[in-house]
Design a protein around this ligand. Structure first.
Ligand SMILES: Nc1ncnc2c1ncn2[C@@H]1O[C@H](COP(=O)(O)OP(=O)(O)O)[C@@H](O)[C@H]1O
Ligand SMILES: O=C(O)C1=C[C@@H](OP(=O)(O)O)[C@@H](O)[C@H](O)C1
Ligand SMILES: [Mg+2]
Length: 178
């Protein structure tokens, strides 16, 4: 595992609802690092929730903000960053994160994901109006972009606390190896 130089920022990727925001926050607390959720930063800057940004300004505006924000944050050290699930669709974001940060993919099976879709659907415009079949199609299509990572964590059946713990353990272990 390449976690050479633990001062590198840590970036969480994965599908909507995989737990990036929840787990990222916990990992940052455990490491005593600053946590930033890029969706929250964009929402604050534009003064409205993501669903309203998509509706009123359009997805392209959101994606542009996402690109400039993440490519610049990727250059900073010692952050924990949770991205939106669509961020890695943009090549510039992938390249910036993979070259300057440590990218952790939170993997969840479609079956486990489906158990919590009701918790997220209202706040995720990309899912709205989609049938389960269409969501599954999007889920599978997105797995290809998440294959670009430094570390993958399978999260099924684990609590956010357990996942955060596991990540810290892995990093400690790799630190003693250096
Ligand atoms: N490992 C988990 N097990 C159960 N529920 C989870 C887990 N991770 C996240 N959740 C719940 O799923 C929802 C989406 O989590 P969130 O962290 O916002 O995901 P993301 O940022 O990847 O979209 C939240 O209600 C959160 O409490
Ligand atoms: O996958 C996507 O295209 C999106 C994921 C969301 O973030 P989460 O992955 O945190 O839900 C948010 O960026 C926006 O609704 C678009
Ligand atoms: Mg999130």
């Amino acid at each position: 595992m390449d976690i050479n130089g633990l001062e590198k920022s840590i970036v969480f990727i994965g599908f909507m609802g995989a737990g990036k925001t929840t787990v990222g926050n916990l990992v940052a607390k455990k490491l005593g690092r600053k946590f930033m959720d890029t969706d929250e930063v964009i929402e604050k800057e534009l003064g409205m929730p993501t669903s309203q940004i998509f509706k009123e300004l359009g997805e392209a505006v959101f994606r542009e903000k996402e690109k400039s924000l993440i490519t610049s944050l990727a250059l900073e050290k010692n952050l924990v960053l949770s991205l939106g699930g669509g961020a890695f669709l943009q090549e510039e974001i992938r390249t910036a994160c993979l070259s300057s940060t440590f990218v952790i993919f939170l993997e969840v099976s479609f079956e486990s994901w489906l158990e919590r879709v009701n918790l997220i659907i209202d706040s995720r415009p990309v899912l709205q109006g989609k049938s389960i079949e269409e969501m599954k199609e999007l889920f599978e299509k997105r797995q290809v972009i998440y294959a670009n990572h430094h570390l993958k964590i399978q999260t099924d059946g684990k609590t956010p606390e357990e996942i955060a713990h596991y990540i810290i353990d892995k990093m400690r272990w790799s630190e003693t190896e250096r």
